[in-house]
Design a protein. Structure first.
Length: 112
């Protein structure tokens, strides 16, 4: 008669779980944020360029008097430190808000 230990069960369950994940073809998802940036017209180019470097996508721009409102989407991982960055690009005159939009598969370079 073979005795099973608690540790043997844990190892077996862990192995089965990881094997199931590999065989299921799991995909790591990353949060995509919706951004709204208000900036004076003269800084739009700098801010759009910075968004592109952060893998962002501009979805709409609207001019309201002396301000341009930029709607964009970008991965959360590329937005850390974003508010100080756009303030620096606009000499402190731009503002932004962000909220969760969706989740999308992470690029291979961000996967574990």
């Amino acid at each position: 008669m073979i005795k099973s230990t608690e540790m043997a069960f844990r190892i077996t369950v862990s192995d089965a779980f990881h094997r199931g994940l590999r065989e299921a073809g799991t995909v790591l998802l990353e949060p995509i944020m919706k951004l709204e940036i208000s900036t004076p017209d003269e800084y739009v180019g700098n801010i759009v360029s910075d968004l592109q470097q952060r893998n962002g996508l501009v979805t709409n721009t609207v001019v309201r008097e002396h301000l341009t409102v930029i709607d964009a989407e970008a991965p959360l991982a590329s937005l850390f430190g974003y508010t100080p960055a756009i303030r620096g690009l606009s000499q402190g005159r731009a503002s932004n808000s962000m909220e969760l939009l969706t989740y999308r598969p992470a690029p291979p370079r961000r996967r574990w």
